[in-house]
Design a protein around this ligand. Sequence first.
Ligand code: FAD
Ligand code: NAD
Length: 514
Amino acid sequence: DGDNNSADAKRGVSGLVTSPDSSEKLPKHVPYLIIGGGTAAFSAFRSIKSNDAKAKVLIVSNEYHKPYMRPPLSKELWYTPNTNEKTIKDYRFKQWAGSERSLFFEPDEFFVDPEKLEESVNGGIAVAQGFSVQKVDAQNHTVTLNDGYKITYDECLIATGCAPKNLPMFRDAAPSVREKVMVYRTPDDFDRLRRYAAEKRSITIVGNGFIGSELACSLAHYSKENDGGKIYQVFQESGNMSKVLPNYLSRWTMAKMKNQGVCVIPNASIKSATRDEESLKLELNNGMTLLSDIVVVCVGCSPNTNLASPSKLEVDRTLGGFVVNAELEARRNLYVAGDASCFYDPLLGRRRVEHHDHSVVSGKLAGENMTGAKKPYVHQSMFWSDLGPEIGYEGIGLADSSLPTVGIFALPSATDARSSTDNLTVNREEDDGSKHTIIVDEKSNSDVVTWDDDAHGEQPDYGRGVIFYLKNEKIVGVLMWNLFSRVGLARTIINQNKKYDDLNEVAKLFEIHS
Ligand code: FAD
Ligand code: NAD
């Protein structure tokens, strides 16, 4: 634990240190109580504070760190020049824009000691680290911690986030195999994986989603820079990011990732894992065998809703997460924000979103409502991802590849917008029944009208473009592919909630050639 080294701090069974050393030292009552100490929690604190300047806010977090952001864990932190230090101090990293910052939202000094929160004249935020909330009694405004300690509140927010899933074959494996398998969500996971990377070990990532794909690119970069080990990425699907990207783009992305040095193995799963002295022997269902020093399982996560049942709170059967209304209320004076919130979006219906900006936006809204605003969730949050130097994208709304899509692309080199009559249009229907239209807005591609990427034939260069996701012929999601600073426009288009006759015309607003 880097945050608390006081000699008298209590060491739990795991060897980690709670702060304070006993729950008895926590306040018995707080005006604002937040369960979970992640992004949504910290965003809620900021908005509570801006509406109630002397607010006293207590976060109860079962992590042993102060609140921090997760996105750099799979991206920027891997681009920090290598030193011989075991850890990167304060997890500092260079943002793409060039400036440097820490993963932590605020330094330690920003926080009030939980023991002093009650008497703090100007209020502030205190974090009880290493404590878990087991139950919320919404009727009596009381939370119960894992050791039975009770705290009453005026307003409470549940912001418990998600926990990474594992695969049964690893969860049920022998300890010697399990010790070579990890999931990836925290700075401690970063430290552990960085040690393997620094030792030039071979790393196998399982999963084609956000973490798997981002991490594979980052590790391949790290490995190239440091003359490191092999980076494998194994998944069942036929390309990267297939839940978000239409099949043709998913496969194109996979080809780019291979160029970056990731050894991508699609259409495959791990059949068995056995251990020798040093490494794991992984047998795949396609007949391949990989020798790897560590497996990183990146197969999605599930919302932390353990406290739902004892608290008599509803969990959504399909989407998971605590069910809340458009104002993010589960019960009166009890809100849920971030990954764990299954909320009602008045425009797009019931949703659960697992992205950074949503946790900021929903945390902010919950904070406002905890101070009396009574506002609904109407600001569409966005998400972004980077897959090495050649691919960056931003999205908004429902970016779900099972929906019909229309993608309009420009070659990176093209500067002059052409008339829509110059466009090449191809309609594809995938095996899962999803329908995708591809429009390449560049004359020089007209010789590939009959391209067939299933046969690995020539493909257009999907270097830059915009993809519209449609439901009932209306645009419900927009993905901006290597196109930046257009989220506001995409948000306006989604909010218009109307049918467009010519999506080419809509695409022109995105100035994909400039
Ligand atoms: P969390 O950040 O998970 O915080 C929840 C906290 O609550 C945790 O500290 C948890 O330990 C604690 N907790 C849980 N249960 C209890 C309990 N009973 N008592 C006390 N504490 C509890 N999103 C993007 O949009 N862009 C990105 O580039 C991006 N990159 C990511 C990279 C990685 C490696 C990961 C893991 C995620 C990334 N995300 C990204 C997703 C984003 O980080 C999450 O959506 C966001 O962290 C959710 O915030 P949250 O506050 O809801 O949950
Ligand atoms: P994900 O949902 O993005 O991807 C999960 C992937 O797991 C699937 O695409 C599939 O390949 C695989 N999978 C699922 N079940 C499987 C099974 N039974 N066997 C084999 N493979 C299986 O989840 P993730 O990549 O683990 O990321 C975790 C969370 O972090 C997600 O909520 C994600 O949105 C978030 N995150 C977001 C970003 C971003 O927005 N840029 C970056 C990193 C993480």
